[in-house]
Design a protein around this ligand. Structure first.
Ligand code: G3P
Ligand code: MG
Length: 259
């Protein structure tokens, strides 16, 4: 698999990125959802969310707390990785997924890292902010251990984290996630260049043509989330975005690549 570049070059069509895996058809951020994505032709990348367990294992989980997507309760940071493995991370979605567990980032790299690129979104919470460098070091250790340095996009709503990742590992491609409430007055290029990032990522309702033009003027990639209908995805592909994140990446991929 070739190294990841932030803007598609060979086929000029936007990358199709499975948001939390094929999360419309399998529990989000589980190996089941990631394997479905890796097995689908044309899907370029998987997006997932990471945070730390009590013993500083990098775990793949969207929420700060466990109750929405697992049988556990309370903050994930209060449990060791081993304790977290007791919880069922699939039944909330469908009983047939009861054997799913919260994966570690290493497990995901091992399972699908050779087949697709991985967008590692580093979560940083207002209720619990890790000291600077803690999350970044833990994530980069795993990325290097699995030789994924040139096959990941590391992104975050916390642009200080994005900046530090690039400082610590310049070979990693990075992206700033747009937070409307914090970043409203700033151009995409200002936000991305300030964090030394390669990509600007925003929600579909946030994207304006001037944002796309501004980012492209500076050679930055623009990715948009979460586009779950073929019509929406093709419309955005035709507008010139570089990446489309979807919970139904398997359903939209053919149309996007033929758009
Ligand atoms: O990385 C894009 C998107 O995943 C950001 O929002 O809440 O789905 O992690 P969220
Ligand atoms: Mg995410």
């Amino acid at each position: 698999m070739q190294p990841y570049v932030p803007r598609p070059v060979s086929n000029q069509k936007p990358y199709v990125i499975a948001h939390r895996g094929i999360s419309a058809k399998a529990p989000e951020n589980t190996l089941a959802a990631f394997q479905k994505a890796a097995q689908t032709d044309g899907i370029d990348m998987i997006e997932l969310d990471v945070r730390l367990s009590k013993d500083n294992e990098v775990i793949v989980l969207h929420d700060r707390t466990l109750q929405r997507t697992t049988t556990g309760n309370g903050p994930a940071r209060s449990y060791t990785y081993k304790e977290l493995q007791e919880f069922d991370a699939g039944s909330w979605f469908h009983p047939s997924f009861s054997s799913e567990r919260i994966p570690s980032l290493g497990q995901v790299f091992e399972t699908v890292g050779k087949k697709v690129w991985i967008n590692v979104e580093i979560k940083s919470d207002i209720f619990h902010r890790e000291p600077p460098g803690v999350l970044e070091t833990a994530v980069l250790d795993i990325v290097r251990e699995y030789e994924m340095t040139e096959r990941v996009l590391i992104s975050s709503f916390d642009h200080d984290i994005v900046y530090r990742i690039k400082q610590m590992e310049p070979r990693c491609i990075t992206g700033v996630l747009y937070n409307l409430y914090v970043d409203f007055f700033h151009l995409p290029s200002t936000l991305a260049l300030r964090a030394k990032a390669d990509a600007f990522i925003c929600a579909k309702h946030e994207l304006r043509s001037w944002m796309l033009n501004d980012a492209h003027k500076y050679g930055l990639a623009v990715y948009v989330y979460t586009l779950d209908s073929v019509h929406q995805a093709v419309t955005l592909a035709r507008r010139g975005v570089d990446g489309i994140l979807s919970n139904r990446a398997d359903d939209i991929v053919k149309a996007v690549k033929e758009s």
